[in-house]
Design a protein around this ligand. Sequence first.
Ligand code: ADP
Ligand code: MG
Length: 229
Amino acid sequence: MSYIVRIVDLHKYYYLGGEALHVLKGLNLEIFEGDFVALMGPSGSGKSTLLNILGCLDRLSDGKYELSEVDVSHMADDELSEVRSRYLGFIFQSYNLLPQYTVVENIEVPLLYQNIKLNEITKQRCLALADMVGLGSRLDHRPFQLSGGQQQRVAIARALVNDPHVILADEPTGNLDTKTSVEIMTMLRKLNQAGKTIIMVTHENDIAEWARRVIRLRDGVIESDIRND
Ligand SMILES: Nc1ncnc2c1ncn2[C@@H]1O[C@H](COP(=O)(O)OP(=O)(O)O)[C@@H](O)[C@H]1O
Ligand SMILES: [Mg+2]
């Protein structure tokens, strides 16, 4: 097995009005392809900051980050957005769907970012994904016509459309009730069993139990790293 994520002595500073805020303090971490990691820790411990760096949405200040054995630490913005749209899928707590787009159109969005021309093949792929997440009968609905759980399922389908190497999820069930959370976690577990690497931030123990591995951050350092399986 190979590492899909490898970070070495990673530091992150935010600069606010001349003050440096040291948020991530020398993290070392390796994640194997096919793993399912829950990132936990108190509010402000740096979970989202780490996830954003792993998702190439933000840059590290010091250290090294290799994604699929490619050093992305010093890539330019356009290279990073290329990496994001080719290799990564994102799921957010607030779904982040485009309100004016239908279910199918929302699933197509990452293809547009890659300048892939929409055609019958891409359409069929999006329809199949909508079907897979149980929205085959809601294809023309817009987000406001869907429940929270349904919107998150659209977001999962959207995260899969580019066949990503890694799925990054920040509190994916944070806005959902218990029953719907179980549906969403069941779906993520199936994706993981099918081989997708998943890195998920959560502050809920019963959600973290779905992961294979639980990494706890505290005050910008890794406090513990435990396998569930
Ligand atoms: N863009 C930013 N600019 C300045 N400080 C930030 C920024 N994002 C996060 N922080 C600070 O970094 C620390 C960690 O934040 P975050 O990663 O969001 O924590 P968590 O997700 O664990 O709650 C917090 O003290 C937060 O205020
Ligand atoms: Mg957060």
